[in-house]
Ligand binder design. Sequence first.
Ligand SMILES: [Zn+2]
Length: 360
Amino acid sequence: MDSKWSIQDSLICYKQRIYLPTTSELIPAILSAYHDSTHEGLQKTLWHIRADFYWPAMKSSITTYVSDCHVCQRNKSDHLNPVGLLQPLTLPTQVWADISMDFVEGPPLSAGKSVLFVVVDRFSKYGHFIPMAHPYTAARVAQTFFEHIVRLHGIPESIVSDRDAIFTILSFLGSLWEGPPRLVSYTRGTIRVDAIDEAFMDRDQVLKMFTDLLQKAQDRMTTAYNKSHRGVSYAVGDYEWLCLWQYRQHSLAGPARHKLSPKYFGPFAIIRCVGPVAYQLKFPDTAKLHDVFHVSLLKPHKGPAPSSPPFLPPVDNGHVILTPYAVLQVRVTNDKWDILVQWPATDPEAMTWELLETFK
Ligand SMILES: [Zn+2]
């Protein structure tokens, strides 16, 4: 018999470790006993189990067990480049045809006005900075927009803004209003006066040069951004963990409150691909959270699909409300006490390791 094998206390041993056949019912119990108490990473779990046991292809079964562990998936983020490649806007080719607008709040009060309504032509980068008073309503913004922008430049073909309500009202009013036709491009000889004919030809050349420069700038920006980001694509039916860090929970006092609570919730199934970098998730009917998310907030779920609907924390005004339900375990790492906190009573799997001192 190969000297690597021996029999000790009626147990078959391989290199002084207890041998188990791959079909042994003890393997799941061993995996659970070694990993579930500490939720250590793959290498440490592997090292501890290998010290005592041996079964064929044990590395692969331990790898699967650790990577499928829900507690680990909920707590740990990937140490990879963030996902989501840059989705550049279509390039404008005409002056004041495509604009962006925003509001700058906080400049010093001047003549009772403390907000700047900023409208920029995306082609020429020419901007208007219009002071407004708080609170500004959608109707008031629309009126200002027509007085300062449409009067001078006509109705734009596209508006980029993250202010939904105002954006919608401007788009609606724009559709009712027919502005003067925009001169798209000029054909030589259309005007008989030589000087004007020449001026229009020069204008078209300048526009062409601007377009090329804008394209170059956008290409450079896209290349630089995409170097540090990963392009991923998910399919309808895939399960994703959802990162809700941006909705910081407010039920605990103190500066460390945002560190508490699971990093990821779910996993939730994708029910629609909204665009190249946005997905709609299947939430419980009672959820009070918008269900479309940028791809950077999602992390693919590993392992079999969840059998019960996942827990989604209550959300109030965009803030996750979480209260610890129970403390399940205690451990010491780097001379600090950690506690394993179960968050909602309804989801025994939603637990995270937290520093004990953050609760004091
Ligand atoms: Zn784990």
